[in-house]
Design a protein around this ligand. Structure first.
Ligand code: Q9C
Ligand code: ZN
Length: 881
């Protein structure tokens, strides 16, 4: 009857306890995919029309809309075995019925999504619209957020105490625990073919009460959206071709990525859905195109800027909206963790009463409005990385503080399409929405990975962390990628993996990427692959290119930070104003402000492109393994765990132990050092991607680890230590190791070394200061250093919250391609658990909690340090002055 999986059970809530089938469910889990693909699951395009009739109550199946079939409402008794795991094999099923495309409507009508109806769902933030803004008032005060007394409650925050020593009741681990992620078959990481990528992680039943792992990634695609095409000659619209969709999907299949996703069918949005953003009059105009002649379509199109129509435009555009809503529903009901919708036509330029820039209905804006009204969300972040300004989205939410809209766009001082004044950095939203529109104009073409990542680190992330969204929508246009004729930028495909990765710690990982532009088919397909791969949880590949932002990018960063400083606590300490004479006003100066000149500024694009695109993206696989000492057997840890036996110590390591840890008996040395070093060896030889090691004495272990790393061929090691740790000086000037200490002792001026960066003082690990340091210091330095391995050492009593450790663990995996060793000294068990899951990419639980800004003194200390260092570390720059 239907294809059903546990995902649908959760999404619909109608299958009851049983893990069996419901009658009308269209959700397809990845395990079913082979079968689903064998029998085309989505109806032909005429089938699409059929759907329309049915939904309107004209067809034979219309009754199922109202849930008249009791089987659909209650679910059938499970046919298969009970308890198939969350992604386990579903029970056998038959497909004698029609496609169950009405499912989400069914759910909507039967069972409200547990949220108040639209009118009551107004965010509390909106109630304060008229209220004057008090002096020194924090942005966050505008957001309705959970009571601090509650937000740790039920979501595991409080159960994961930090190591501050304030909560001592949690058991501590004093044994030697090692966690590693071994590659399947013990292969070298780089050669694991994509098709052998691990199945979605599933519980192996090793521990009770294990939380569900990464929840799966949805992919929504329907070839019917490839039906719209340009029917007349118009060079401006000629690039928006059906192959954008079909060739991208083909590449996802070829890479084995589509097969790893939960593939969801599209639905057609209702007119009610469309009218969340568009006027009924405009919807009627578009609806009317279905029966128009080519000439009539052409005439209508000329009323708009850069638009064409086709007899399939209306159904396709409805499907594009429906696909987006399907994705958002799947993510917000918890059926999947995140996902991507491949849609045409794109949406972000379309407005209440107008099509614009190939866009007919505003897919993402409608989805945001839908998430607000029908799921009761109060804070939604929209990240528009398409190379054009999504003025349609901006206008839809310019007054609305519940939607933070971020867009970067080719601007060239308002000479690039759509040439709007409102796209500049100083347009920040209106009324209660002031500060919730963030525009980053690119005034030069040729922006590279470093420029994009700099904007994320220095503009988007601080604001997004302060905003603490409940959902992230990405207007994922890839005309910002290398080779695109519209954007003329140079960001390579792996850059999109990093952009995605940097957003995943937000909103509990609830990220929905929705295709917008992207017109160079090769690059488009590759960039989509890297986005989806990252959503699936694969480690991000290293970022190529010189880690140096260009002068023009820095000017944009400085300007947008200055424009938003009045609105965001995290930028309050910004003291540079906007750039008064941009370098791009006269002549072309793409040279970086500081640091090495970027390579290939003037070279032809072709060789670089060929190189980038001919090299297939590989993913490092992870399967986390563990064997735990008895004391830790109750831990909730990722499945497929691995325990190290320990390597024999080298002579110098034994000597080190004797010298530094004479308090511990020598026979402990093997366990205390041997096991962490064994794990380190495996990471360095690429058998294991990441791991956690616990030691009674992390200082000595760190020293031994630094020595040992140096004995390998040229690995660049970033060692981030937290708290006051005693790492002897003689290790620091080898040039291949960079030490970054947060919260340790101040060093005398004379002892300062270029390979050791310190943000000293206990306050440095307090939440506000730490988050500031993370985005403005730690991550930029890490991206600048391009380490092959990151060693994170958590000193005893370093004072960092568990949440901050998790954020650090997740985000620092970006610069090193996921290769990270965590070293902890006698940690509390819940922290080990939380960090083990952070290493495998489980979303952070709950919200980020109330935003605590750094004190002015601390903010100044961070800023001063960044200024001192920016000559050596250009990624630290936030201004040209
Ligand atoms: N040479 C999207 O990417 N043409 N729309 C501009 C400048 C319109 C782009 C002409 C571009 C529309 C979704
Ligand atoms: Zn675009």
């Amino acid at each position: 009857m239907c294809v059903c999986c546990v995902a649908c059970v959760r999404a619909l809530g109608v299958c009851g306890e049983g893990r069996g089938q419901c009658a009308e469910c269209p959700w397809i889990c990845s395990t079913n995919l082979g079968q689903a693909l064998a029998q085309p699951r989505t109806p032909s395009f005429s089938g699409g029309r059929r759907k329309l009739r049915r939904a309107a109550g004209q067809g034979p199946a219309a009754r199922s809309v109202g849930g008249a079939e009791p089987g659909a409402a209650r679910g059938r008794p499970p046919k298969g075995k009970e308890g198939s795991g969350s992604l386990g094999r579903p029970p056998s099923h038959d497909r004698d019925g029609g496609p169950g495309w009405l499912c989400s409507r069914v759910r909507k009508e039967r069972e409200p999504l547990g949220q108040p109806p639209p009118d009551e769902a107004r965010p509390r933030a909106l109630e304060n619209r008229a209220a004057p803004r008090p002096e020194g008032w924090l942005c966050r005060a505008r957001f309705s957020r959970p009571d601090p007394a509650q937000w740790g409650g039920g979501r595991g925050r409080e159960q994961s105490p930090g190591v501050s020593g304030q909560r001592r009741e949690a058991p501590r681990l004093s044994g030697f625990l090692l966690l590693g992620g071994r590659l399947p078959g013990g292969r070298a990481a780089g050669v694991a073919p994509a098709l052998e990528a691990p199945k979605p992680q599933r519980s192996t039943g090793m521990a009770k009460n294990r939380p569900s792992g990464p929840q799966g990634t949805a992919l929504i695609y329907d070839k019917d959206m490839a039906r719209v095409r340009l029917l007349w000659d118009d060079p401006e619209c000629a690039i928006e071709v059906p192959e954008r969709l079909t060739s991208t999907y083909a590449r996802l299949c070829h890479r084995g990525l589509a097969q790893r996703c939960v593939q969801l069918p599209v639905r057609e949005a209702t007119e009610e859905d469309l009218e969340l953003v568009h006027s009924p009059e405009y919807v009627a105009v578009v609806k009317g195109t279905q029966t128009m002649s080519r000439e009539q379509l052409h005439t209508l199109a000329q009323q708009y800027d850069a638009v064409y129509f086709h007899p399939s435009t209306f159904p396709c555009a409805r499907m594009a909206v429906g696909a987006t809503l399907q994705l958002v529903d799947a993510v917000l009901t918890g059926a999947v963790g995140n996902g991507m919708a491949l849609v045409r036509p794109p949406g972000h330029h379309s407005q209440r009463d107008a099509a614009n820039g190939f866009c007919v209905f505003n897919n993402v804006a409608i989805a945001a409005e839908h998430a607000k009204r029908r799921h009761g969300l109060q804070r939604i972040l929209i990240v528009d990385w398409d190379i054009h300004h999504g003025q349609g989205i901006q206008r839809a939410f310019e007054n609305d503080p519940s939607v933070l809209y971020f867009s970067w766009h080719r601007y060239e001082h308002q000479t690039f399409w759509p040439r709007l004044r409102e796209s500049d950095y100083d347009v920040v939203g209106q009324g209660p929405g002031r500060g919730f529109t963030v525009n980053v104009p690119w005034n030069k073409v040729g922006m590279r990975n470093a420029d994009y990542v700099s904007v994320f680190l220095h503009v988007l992330l601080p604001l997004a962390i302060e905003f603490d969204p409940e959902l992230v929508l990405v207007s994922a246009g890839y005309d910002s990628g290398i080779g695109d004729p519209e954007g003329e930028m140079k960001a390579t495909p792996e850059c999109f993996a990093h952009l995605t990765f940097l957003l995943l710690p937000l909103a509990r990982g609830r990220l929905c990427a929705v295709l917008e532009g992207g017109y160079y088919l090769q690059s488009l397909a590759e960039c989509v692959c890297l986005t989806l791969q990252t959503l699936l949880g694969d480690p991000v590949p290293a970022l190529s290119g010189e880690p140096v932002p260009c002068l023009s990018a820095l000017e944009s960063i400085q300007n947008v930070r200055a424009a938003h400083a009045p609105h965001w606590a995290s930028l309050r300490h910004e003291n540079s104003g906007p750039v008064l004479t941009p370098s791009t006003w006269q002549g072309d100066t793409g040279t970086p402000l500081l640091g090495a000149p970027s390579i290939g500024t003037t070279d032809g694009l072709k060789p670089l492109l060929d190189k980038v695109l001919s090299c297939p993206s590989r993913s490092l696989c992870t399967g986390i393994g563990l064997a735990v000492p008895d004391s830790a057997s109750s831990l909730n840890l990722p499945p497929a765990l691995l325990q190290e036996k320990g390597v024999p110590l080298r002579q110098e390591e034994e000597a080190l132990w004797a010298r530094l840890d004479s308090a511990f008996p020598q026979d402990q040395a093997l366990a205390a050092l041997g096991k962490p070093l064994a794990l380190l060896d495996e990471i360095l030889t690429r058998q294991v991607r990441a791991g956690i090691a616990v030691s009674p004495t992390v200082s000595t272990t760190t020293v031994a680890a630094l020595h040992r790393t140096l004995s390998f061929e040229a690995p660049r090691l970033l060692c981030v230590t937290l708290g006051d740790l005693d790492i002897p000086e003689d290790l620091r000037d080898d040039g291949r190791t960079l030490l970054l200490n947060i919260g340790g002792k101040e060093q005398p001026e004379a002892a300062r070394s270029p390979t050791c960066i310190r943000l000293a003082g206990r306050e440095a690990t307090e939440p506000g200061t730490f988050l500031l340091a993370l985005t403005s210091l730690i991550l930029p330095v890490a991206y600048g250093f391009r380490p092959e391995l990151v060693l994170v050492v958590l000193g005893p009593g370093c004072g960092l919250r568990s949440l901050d450790m998790e954020l650090l663990t997740r985000l620092l995996q970006g610069p090193a391609g996921g290769r990270m060793l965590l070293l902890l000294q006698n940690p509390e068990l819940p922290l080990v658990e939380a960090l083990a899951w952070a290493l495998v990419g489980r979303p952070l639980p709950g919200t980020l909690g109330p935003f605590l800004p750094a004190s002015p003194e601390q903010a100044l200390a961070v800023k001063r340090l960044c200024r001192q260092l920016r000559q050596d570390w250009p990624m630290l720059q936030v201004s040209v002055t």
